[in-house]
Design a protein around this ligand. Structure first.
Ligand SMILES: *Cc1c(COP(=O)(O)O)cnc(C)c1O
Length: 408
């Protein structure tokens, strides 16, 4: 397994026989995660940035199978909540290497992060509001911090993920020198951080690099001896069949150009890129209905299984793995939730589905299971992890008792 693995894994590249066996053994809907692919993606990404530190942004997929695979491959981990820190440590991460990015942090998260930092001086806490630094000081924290800056430029596939110009994230550029000077007096100021968007492909690369240049410029205005500048994540994968994958060598060169003047270490925090194409959802067709305007295909996965299409209008490839060679027929695929937002595709050609066929929904690894929910009292699905020829259940299917367990 090397850095020159294929830049994208399409649904057709998965072993259909193996997937059908898994669906038969474990039922549907079912998440299937390929840990080997997670490792390949991380290694390919890192190889493009030989002089940088590549941290995995845990929030894309916090499963233990993902975290331990990446720790094993040498990744550091970036966490954006206390729960993610706890799970990264459960997977074996050394807290002295963790980064915690605090966005409007609840008190409990700060309590625990400050405590963790007192015991592990290598922990880095990133904050993007003056009063978050005050709250850290109140908790006796005086360790490593980074200032999250807002470069005023956002990029990416959807306005809900373009964080770079959203005032919610980071200190406005014009306030950074003053805030940084104040922070440097109270803490060990080691870095400047920004994360500007998500789902960036080649057509967004110019904008993304402009944002990175701006981050570097802002960092250079900080009067401190910075150990690193962290440009966040945001690197995309092709969701549509005709989108081209990023050429990581090109991305690496472009980012190097944009960070040329930097004399601190470069850090990156890819999330989506590492896990997106390493996981899919298997779902069974339960209904086929001819309507005047389209053929409606009902499946057992829903927006509770994966909310991305409903929340971000995201496109996910769909393939009939029971009968991939049937003639393509335009279908709308939706789940059992009582909202018209519960659709995975509309009038899209799919090898004509019949009841009991198994469909695969691709690129489900990033923000997929992570955003799964229990709408309609639906237990969340099981997740199977593949590694070489082995497969194991890494999350059992929930039961109705899991859904009601906390009810009093
Ligand atoms: C979400 C997030 C990332 C990862 O973003 P991707 O688009 O998944 O690469 C990295 N850093 C921070 C601070 C984030 O919030």
């Amino acid at each position: 397994m090397t850095a020159d693995s294929p830049p994208i894994r399409r649904l057709a590249d998965w072993d259909h026989g193996r997937l059908l066996d898994l669906a038969a053994d474990h039922g549907t809907p079912l998440y299937v995660l390929d840990c080997d692919r997670v490792r390949e993606n991380y290694l390919r990404f890192s190889a493009a940035f030989p002089d940088a530190t590549v941290m995995y942004a845990a929030k894309a997929h916090t499963g233990q199978a993902v975290l331990s695979t990446l720790l094993d491959a040498g990744a550091d981990i970036e966490c954006a909540a206390w729960g993610e820190l706890a799970r990264a440590m459960d997977a074996g991460a050394d807290p002295n290497t963790l980064h915690y990015t605090a966005v409007n942090p609840p008190d409990e998260d700060l309590d625990r992060a400050a405590q963790l930092g007192a015991e592990n001086p290598g922990l880095t806490i990133t904050a993007g509001a003056r009063d978050t630094f005050d709250r850290l000081e109140e908790r006796g924290y005086d360790g490593r911090v980074a200032v999250r800056v807002n470069p005023g430029i956002g990029t990416g596939h959807h306005e809900k993920v373009a964080t770079g110009k959203d005032a919610k994230f980071g200190i406005p550029a014009e306030h950074v020198p003053e805030v940084a000077a104040d922070v440097a007096e109270r803490f060990d100021l080691v870095g400047v951080h920004a994360h500007v968007g998500s789902g960036v492909l080649h057509e967004d690369l110019d904008d993304h690099c402009r944002a990175i240049e701006r981050i570097v410029e802002i960092a250079q205005g900080v009067d401190a001896d910075l150990e690193f500048v962290d440009i966040g994540g945001g690197f995309g994968v092709p969701y549509r069949e005709d989108d081209e994958p990023l050429d990581m060598q090109v991305v690496g060169e472009r980012v190097r150009e944009a960070t040329d003047d930097l004399d601190a270490r470069l850090k990156l925090e890819p999330g989506r890129y590492v896990v997106a194409d390493a996981e899919l959802i298997l779902t069974e067709v339960n209904t086929v209905k001819e309507a005047p305007s389209s053929t409606v295909v009902g499946v057992d996965a829903s927006l509770a299984t994966m909310i991305r299409p409903a929340m971000f209008d995201s496109y996910h490839p769909i393939r009939n793995i029971t009968a991939p060679d049937r003639d393509p027929h335009p279908v709308s695929v939706g789940g059992p939730c009582c909202t018209s937002a519960d659709v995975f595709c509309t009038d899209r050609p799919v090898a004509r589905p019949e009841r009991t066929d198994v469909l695969a929904i691709g690129n489900a690894g990033a923000y997929g299971y992570e955003l799964a929910n229990q709408f309609h009292s639906q237990p969340r699905p099981a997740e199977i992890a593949l590694e070489g020829d082995n497969s194991r259940i890494v999350r059992r299917r929930e039961t109705i008792e899991d859904v009601t367990r906390v009810e009093r």
